[in-house]
Design a protein around this ligand. Sequence first.
Ligand SMILES: Nc1ncnc2c1ncn2[C@@H]1O[C@H](COP(=O)(O)OP(=O)(O)OP(=O)(O)O)[C@@H](O)[C@H]1O
Ligand SMILES: [Mg+2]
Length: 266
Amino acid sequence: MTELTLKNLRKVFERGTPNVKVALDGVSLDVERGDFITVLGSNGAGKSTLFNAILGKFRLDQGRIVLDGEDITRQRDYRRALNIGCLYQDPMRGTAPHMTIEENLALAYTRKASRSFFAVNRRDSAKFRDLLRELDLGLEDRLKTRMGLLSGGQRQAASLLMATIAEPKLLLLDEHTAALDPATAEKVLDLTKRIVAQRRLTCLMITHNMHQALEMGNRTIVMDAGKIVLDVSGEERARLTVQGLLDRFRADAGRDLDNDRMLLQA
Ligand SMILES: Nc1ncnc2c1ncn2[C@@H]1O[C@H](COP(=O)(O)OP(=O)(O)OP(=O)(O)O)[C@@H](O)[C@H]1O
Ligand SMILES: [Mg+2]
């Protein structure tokens, strides 16, 4: 069952100026329900732009986006946000720092339901506490702590809960562990795997780490200059090493990664 279809997406920024940039150059992708796709590509390849297109942050020049059978190409971003959860590199983004953990979770939880944020009750609080306990970061006793007081890792973990608590049709992770120290990043990645598997979410995750990209999820795509240049899954992916991926990229993109603006972290 297909959850998300991208058909020939095209986006040109600053058209008619010397800075004209083809950020998406005919991107097509079929994402099956439950797919966990890792997305690689060097700086400026168009990865975040692809996410922004799915989120409706701008008008496409061309192409169609279908989510769970519904054509959302022209749907406004706030409408799409009801079905799409997202997380960014910056732990400050997407949370309200002056509100408590509980209030942040309540906001995320009631956003989709046709009920008021102010109607959050004791049962909801208990649910939040249970979810926080699962994170294993000691946050279950800090429901009344302001979000802004948490460490980056704690906030990313809480943001992950917020992004998934309303059971989104799609979860988009844009380098969500890139700003964390390695140990914390590892923890948040483990959490990501757990939550995605538990809730059977359909997920796209951008990363610059090739090991991570091959190890997590069930499919990997590589973007370059606004195009998907590599798409591996199944047996082929299981056999693929980081070196193999580098070689494939070199073959497919027609140039040596060593000369690239930025290496994909090997
Ligand atoms: N709003 C915008 N206005 C103008 N140009 C943009 C805009 N957003 C993105 N671009 C350009 O589109 C290209 C793709 O950018 P994008 O942010 O998608 O890259 P990326 O693959 O996410 O890179 P990174 O790994 O550095 O995050 C870049 O050349 C970028 O400068
Ligand atoms: Mg980006």
